[in-house]
Write a protein that binds this ligand. Structure first.
Ligand SMILES: [Zn+2]
Length: 395
């Protein structure tokens, strides 16, 4: 396959009027004899690497915690039609049996050779989080590393990419060291820490911050002493990468400008944190947060383009895919397109150690592409060298 005359978006800029060659499921060098001679005219379009969403709960009516094929398939369809070609399925705080059930489905999908959107593994968000900053997560299932075993995480290391923990919890540093040693990326978030409680956990291996500013510790006064929180450490400590929900609600364009003054695109990534309501009817509709089979589950209400708890007291997650967030960054916050795309592709791939095979349009990598028009609408998605969404040639 050859994608001709497009504006190729790289992590350093846009290369105008260039071709991208795909053979089988890989990008190949110019001059390679191609098995498939399909030509796609990408004149006046942006050819981006497929997007990598390392924090999403679902979409298209499915939540990964439903732990059913239907839910996974619906979420995969929604995200792939939005240009996302790889994702990390994210859990919510729940009994360990429910999380391991979800992990068993993640393991099956991770082994599938050809999905419209690849499932790279799981992100465990909770139960090792702070009561104060639990956000929309149910408090009865919260756990503390020093008191409750996290062996189930180590036992499932083959399909867990990342775990979010609150660094101030008893035993957080020991847990971070053990998970890091097992090859799992430890993220700080949903926390109530301060610099003295967070630094030892960074020293132990914590390397990433989960949805900056959202249910995260910030500047506080304790015992007459002013202290920074994880938010400020995330923005200023070069060892840490940071993700944020660029939906213009959780993080507004002014907050994006501040984030981008502190860190460059190689340390920043955008995440959808998308709930099952992504791609669904959005006018004042109630949805279930987490597992749909759970009668007691938290509900959330979608209105004005965002999900909130039913009493309106707090945001509950987003309903936007990464492609829409790229548009928010570029149009509303003035971020250069190549930086916005890098935050949705190469940097998230690097954060989870997958940049050797995905995240950029480079010879040898898996052929994942999202083609955007001038208004940054998704026109085509190619995953693993296969066209899986196409409004370009069917117009
Ligand atoms: Zn989340």
């Amino acid at each position: 396959m050859i994608i001709k005359n497009g504006n190729i978006v790289t992590n350093t800029g846009v290369i105008e009027k260039a071709d991208v060659l795909i053979n089988g499921n890989r990008f190949v060098a110019p001059g390679t004899v191609l098995q498939d001679e399909t030509v796609i005219d990408a004149s006046d379009l942006y050819v981006c690497p497929g997007f990598v969403d390392i924090h999403t709960h679902g979409g298209g009516s499915g939540d990964f915690m439903d732990a059913e094929a239907d839910a996974f398939d619906n979420a995969i369809r929604f995200h792939s039609q939005s240009g996302t070609t790889s994702l990390v399925a994210t859990s919510v705080t729940a009994p360990v049996e429910q999380i391991t059930k979800m992990l068993s489905i993640v393991r099956q999908y991770k082994a599938c050779p050809s999905l419209p959107c690849r499932i790279l593994g799981a992100h465990i968000e909770g139960p090792y989080i702070s009561l104060k900053h639990k956000g929309a997560q149910p408090e009865q299932f919260l756990r503390v590393p020093a008191r409750d075993s996290y062996q189930f995480i180590l036992d499932n290391r083959d399909c867990i990419k990342t775990v979010t923990i609150a660094p101030e919890l008893d035993g957080a540093a020991e847990m971070t060291a053990a998970l890091t040693k097992a090859g799992i990326v430890v993220c700080g978030g949903h926390d109530d820490g301060d610099k003295p409680s967070i630094m030892p956990v960074i020293e132990a291996g914590l390397s990433h911050c989960t949805h900056l500013w959202c249910t995260m510790s910030t500047v506080s006064m304790r015992d007459g002493v002013r202290n920074v929180g994880l938010c400020e450490l995330g923005l200023t400590d070069d060892r840490l990468t940071v993700e944020f929900i660029a939906d213009n609600h959780h993080i507004t364009p002014d907050m994006v400008k501040l984030i981008c003054k502190c860190k460059s695109a190689d340390k920043l990534c955008i995440v959808s944190d998308c709930l099952r309501a992504g791609g669904m009817p959005v006018s004042d509709t109630l949805y279930i947060l987490g597992r749909k089979q759970d009668a007691e589950a938290q509900r959330f209400l979608v209105s004005d383009g965002v999900a909130r708890l039913p009493d309106g007291s707090r945001l509950a997650g987003s309903i936007q895919p990464l492609s829409q967030m790229i548009r928010n960054l570029v149009v509303d916050a003035g971020v250069p397109l190549h930086d916005a795309v890098t935050m949705a592709s190469l940097t998230p791939a690097k954060i989870i150690g997958e940049d050797g095979r995905i995240g950029s349009i480079e010879v040898g990598k898996l052929a994942d592409i999202c083609i955007l028009d001038h208004d940054l609408n998704v026109k085509m998605t190619i995953t693993d060298g296969k066209i899986i969404y196409d409004t370009l040639r069917t117009q």
